[in-house]
Design a binder for this molecule. Sequence first.
Ligand code: HEM
Length: 536
Amino acid sequence: IRCHSAKTNAPKPKMNLLDNASNLLTNFLSGGRMGSMPMAEGAVSDLFGRPLFFALYDWFLEHGSVYKLAFGPKAFVVVSDPIVSRHILRENALSYDKGVLAEILEPIMGKGLIPADIDTWKQRRRVIAPGFHALYLEAMVKVFTDCSERTMLKFEKLLAGEGRKGGKTIELDLEAEFSSLALDIIGLGVFNYDFGSVTKESPLIKAVYGTLFEAEHRSTFYIPYWKFPLAKWLVPRQRKFQKDLKFINDCLDDLIRNAKETRQETEIEQLQKRDYLKLKDASLLRFLVDMRGADVDDCQLRDDLMTMLIAGHETTAAVLTWAVFLLAQHPSKMKKAQAEIDSVLGQRRITIESIKKLEYIRLVVVETLRLYPQPPLLIRRSLKSDKLPGGHKGDNNGYAIPAGTDIFLSVYNVHRSPYLWDNPNDFEPERFLVKRVSQGIEGWAGFDPSRSPGALYPNEIMSDFAFLPFGGGPRKCVGDQFAFMESTIALAMLLQEFDIELKGSPESVEIVTGATIHTKNGLWCRLMKRQDIQSL
Ligand code: HEM
């Protein structure tokens, strides 16, 4: 089958001789083995003016859940199926590395977990993953609530200032506010550093944003010009990037040195006894230095911290941004969420116990991650030839792929697949509220709770990869529970105190994407102090 994209009347990119030769070579090398895979031939113009994952969704509906996409000499396999995703992420995970993504991220994250090759990753994952244990997460609840409280206090002060002028509302870019909040949380949680970015600016904060900006630029720029010799000295934005990177790395080196120098036996004992609530510094860095000994390799540690700083910051900020965007368009769901908060918390502070009772808020976070997965695409490259299984619809018998195949696994497509979800594009946290009981365990509709008993949030195991916001298999996000709890707490604390409206129309909130899905010009909202709080 050789399907053609619906956009055949769109102008095709002009190809030169080199492109044609390269195309012939690509087809020759792969044609025999991937020959029967449906093919979407995109025009480069399809990609301008809208994020790539939108185009990949249209082609998914047209060509099916596994298709090949060729842009001039470049070819990718696009996967939008849970069974094929499970195969790549879990069953045959170690036959794939991060391919293009690693090439983009390595200059920033070095050999940190996300871009790391398989051998490096095996060693590091063993060191880092144990740091995210249940008691650490429990200790983090205080960090999440303290930092969120600081954000709410800032909003209250702004409202009080407005009140003195007779106004009752403030207008804010909530995306920027969430970004500051998430940065403060990741700084304290991962390396016990208070960026204080909710209330101030600093050269370090500017350097962090500069680096994130560059990571995003690189993930959307098709020619890796930064790899050209001298580019890092001659191109001004590359010079700035090198400066920002050095600034952050120097700060991380200082934090690591300090953690090593302040290593104390009493703290180590408390850590070993898992006496987390008594610890002054419960950060991941403390755990890694104390439990792994002072001889842990500094460069490795720095790459790990940098990776977590970037991986855990914009992702969570994006979840909060889109949760508010969706709730603001559904005032009845916003009220329902606030009613739950009033009945569970009243005016009290949130605790780990109350998170368990805030089911609707948790499902708002879950539904937001379904509609706006961060990142929307996972990237892989096959290290050896492989056979992809047939998809869940049974419309093909699977495809052979050669070594070196670049794959886009579209989580966005899986999460909005009309073959998996009713009304896939609608915001319906209620869809999970219909209960299902399996082997005596109660869970959410469409998910098998017996596969993941006790889970507070739906996951890829119980949904058999139909819902995979944190990936799956051995390279699944290490910070998933951290992020779920952080988002639930921040959202609950915001809705506990404020009513929120979008400032403009939903359509005016333009979507752009780099590593995460975010807005073009911010999420501008009007905030009012809630009048209808029903205290217990
Ligand atoms: C990996 C999503 C928060 C650290 C991943 C992956 C996804 C993801 C989808 C898998 C990438 C792949 O397979 O290619 C998210 C989302 C977050 C979030 C949606 C917030 C809502 C965090 C936080 C941390 C973190 C808070 C750390 C504190 C990591 C690391 C990896 C990772 C280290 C690499 C794991 C490995 O390869 O072994 N994340 N993440 N993430 N995430 Fe997260």
